[in-house]
Design a protein around this ligand. Structure first.
Ligand SMILES: NC(=O)CC[C@H](N)C(=O)O
Length: 456
């Protein structure tokens, strides 16, 4: 039976044949070939040996088949429209949209995390980028109120293979399509994400345009992709806070596993917000620190007037060589008090110490990047999200490369003990990702305590 795509999304109950054949039986008279147009939602153990396991699946079928077999006919749980992703290399990828409508340009990067799409959507470091998830099934845990990494989605859009038709999670408050629509973020599905990932791995990150507007020709979208570039853009100014504020929330006891009993005298940390993720702030607060967050342009003289015990330079989007004002602020603080740089913060520190950054072929985005801590020899599986890296050959003497990425040998961490500097190219706060690198926050606390001679 040739399956045709329909407007109707049908949920069917069928039975897997006992002989392991490729046909699903939906009632004694009908069978359906296992093709791309059927997607299994749930499998129940067999109660009736004669018919095999019971399957609930969604099927795109000719309507007469649907009428005869469906247990419920529902509209797709999201509003859909045809969409296109046009890449600067001239390739055009047909898709369905499930978020905001319109036309958007951005750099396409692939993320290999299996879970955590909500934290990824709210990581401000993705501003200017489309995130393509290599995990083919997204949306199944919905969206909840706790996993936000910032107050907004700054990314250009989300590209996925298969959008889950049902949500199953005790924390879920809304569906992914609803969430994206409310935040005016584009999402497309039914895209061959594996093929695009292979292309990005071979050719490097590509600029693309996502559009739901049929009035725009392919050539128009291609021109748009080819005339835009993320290199050299200051994206931090679009995501930083506008005024300083205090951050108080620590990791809730339910989730905290590392900082118990280690909270100390109130150390005061000033955090430069280049696009800071909430979990960085929560992890520092969990060690009892008082935190003042300041905008990216806040003068270093004002920061030093607050007499902090340490300064954190946060993660943030875009090209680190395009924000000399931020490097200048970092320079003015370094050497005076302990500092910790994370991701963009690490890249700014690298430049402030005299080094240079470069753009990687396709960067590191995901929750499964092995990193070696060269001091301890320990390997950490880490959460990463960056397209640029510090070139260690450009750093002056005295700066130590403390971590390397084991996939490609790039610099993943720096220290300059003389200047009380530590930094990581990746995300010790995870969110999403493994917690192997969480002890880095305690390292920072220890650096501040040593500097105040608290431990002596
Ligand atoms: N997560 C981040 O801070 C990203 C850093 C920088 N924007 C990069 O892509 O390399």
């Amino acid at each position: 039976m040739a399956a045709k795509s329909l407007d109707l999304h049908t949920v069917c109950r069928g039975f897997e044949p006992l002989n392991g054949g490729t046909a699903f039986r939906f009632n004694p008279l009908q069978s359906f070939k296992f093709t791309d147009s059927i997607s299994v939602q749930r499998i129940f153990p067999s109660h009736n040996k004669a018919v095999g396991r019971q399957i609930i699946c969604s099927v795109s079928t000719p309507s007469d088949f649907a009428r005869d077999n469906v247990i419920s006919i529902v509209k797709r749980p999201w509003e859909t429209a045809d969409a296109r992703l046009v890449l600067e290399d001239g390739s055009i990828w047909k898709a369905k949209s499930f978020g905001a409508k319109g036309t958007q340009v951005g750099e396409v990067v692939f993320n290999t995390s299996l879970t955590g799409y909500q934290e990824i959507l709210t990581d401000p470091s993705y501003a200017g980028q489309f995130v393509l998830m290599t995990n083919p099934h997204i949306g199944n845990t919905g969206v909840n109120i706790d996993d936000e990494e910032s107050n907004q989605c700054f990314l250009g859009g989300l590209v996925i293979r298969n959008l889950s038709t049902c949500v199953s999670n005790w924390r879920s408050a809304e569906t992914l399509p609803e969430y994206l629509r409310k935040r005016n973020v584009m999402g497309i599905h039914d895209v061959d994400t594996r093929a695009i990932t292979r292309r990005l791995r071979e050719d490097g990150s590509l600029i693309g345009v996502i559009s739901t507007e049929s009035s725009k020709s392919d050539d128009e979208l291609l021109n748009m992709a080819r005339s835009w570039d993320i290199v050299g853009m200051d994206l931090i100014s679009g995501v930083t806070c506008s005024e300083p504020y205090e951050w108080k929330d620590a990791t809730s006891a339910e989730w905290d596993f590392n900082s118990h009993g280690k909270a100390s005298d109130k150390l005061h940390v000033v955090a430069y917000d280049f696009g800071i993720k909430h979990n960085i702030l929560r992890r520092i607060a969990s060690y009892g620190c008082k935190i003042t967050v300041v905008p990216s342009t806040w003068p270093s003289s004002e920061v030093l007037k607050l007499n902090p015990d340490g300064v954190l330079f946060s993660n943030g989007p875009g090209d680190p060589s395009a924000v000399p004002y931020a490097v200048e602020n970092v320079k003015q603080v370094v050497g005076k008090i302990p500092v910790f740089g994370i991701c963009m913060g690490h890249q700014l520190l690298g430049q402030a110490l005299g080094g240079k950054t470069f753009k990687m072929k396709f960067g590191h985005h995901g929750g499964n990047h092995p990193v070696r801590n060269l001091r301890s020899g320990r390997v950490e599986i880490s959460a990463q999200n960056h397209n640029y890296a510090v070139d260690p050959a450009t750093l002056p003497e005295g700066v130590e490369v403390t971590h390397i990425n084991l996939n490609d040998g790039t610099c993943a961490g720096l220290a300059f003990p003389e200047m009380k500097v530590m930094s990581l190219q990746y995300h010790p706060e995870a969110s999403p990702g493994p917690h192997d690198s969480d002890p880095a926050f305690y390292e920072f606390v220890k650096l501040m305590r040593e500097n105040k001679h608290i431990d002596k």
